[in-house]
Design a protein around this ligand. Sequence first.
Ligand code: SF4
Ligand code: SF4
Ligand code: SF4
Length: 366
Amino acid sequence: MRPKRSDKEKIFLWIFFPSVIILYLVYKFPTLFVPASQISEIFYFFGKSPSFWYATIYTAIVCYFSLKIIVLGTNPYRTSVKKPISTYQRAKFSSIFLSQLIVFYLIPFIIPALQEGREFFNDPYYAVNKDAYVYVYNGFTSIGGLIYIFFIVPILAWLVGKRYCSWFCACGNLSESVGVSKWGQQWVKNYTPRSKIALKFEWLQFVILIFALLYGLVLFLDAWQIFTSTTLITAMYNFQVFAIDFMFGAIIGIGAYPLLGTRIWCRYGCPLAQLMKLFGKFSLSQAKIKANSKCRGIGECSRVCPMGIDVKSFAYFNKKPIEGIYGLSQTPCISCGSCISACPTQALEFKTIFSKKDIDIRDNFK
Ligand code: SF4
Ligand code: SF4
Ligand code: SF4
């Protein structure tokens, strides 16, 4: 049974849910509230755009929680006992801190204004990018995107699995760092969907990948003017803007943290994650986790997994430890290492790459 939420958490949630909806409406659809000509006058605080303030709050949250983990040096996934943080987790949270601060904040929001020598607190007006959540389409619209999506990502997926999601991606940075906060840990443990039905819904991510690829293809064809209609592009763009970017990516992806855990978008929505999973699965990715014979079947690994993976089923069967190995062939694992850090018996470890053929040991027990 789920533990009750504290009064403080309940008050927070009463403020959080409406705030998320209002914030994203204002941020992404300011013309619903004021004419375009007045956006900078009304919604630019101290001369800075909503994007700047959004990125500032976002980065502050990520950096605060990740730095706290690094400085305290205690294992955030085993709160019942005080254990030192592992080298892997320290490196992961350092990468989260640095990538968020440098790549997703200083480079896009601070350095350009300083370099151009313009007044810092006087942003020019620019529309918010609403394609970020389906950025797989960049593979069709730029050479850099093509190299990134169809060459770099497959190689990374083969070599290190979906570690990109737990070490670097801006969305993942928020999920990982909020996921180790006091309430975030409870949201991951108690609210991440883990039933068989919840697993089945993961096909939704495949549908969004297909949409993102089609969207990219239509933009590509439009650029070459071979065949396409502006109505089709407009229809796809509008669907993307409202259904994927606003409703799924923003409102559900972040607003539903307290209700469904911190990785709903990453598990059911993100087309890049689905692409990485497919690349990893068909190239027999070398990034895997291996169970040894120390498992006692406590199931803490499954409880802390933010992706809803039944980790225990790879380590324990019929009241006995089994030495299962799993990676992208069987699961959407993002290599966050929470299950490894949470296990009290050190029954799980990352498999050294190139070590052994991929075997799902559970097949032997079916
Ligand atoms: S699943 Fe997608 S959004 Fe989530 S961390 Fe990975 S790349 Fe980022
Ligand atoms: S792997 Fe560790 S946490 Fe998971 S069931 Fe076994 S002993 Fe428990
Ligand atoms: S299986 Fe372990 S490493 Fe993979 S996503 Fe779940 S907790 Fe993270």
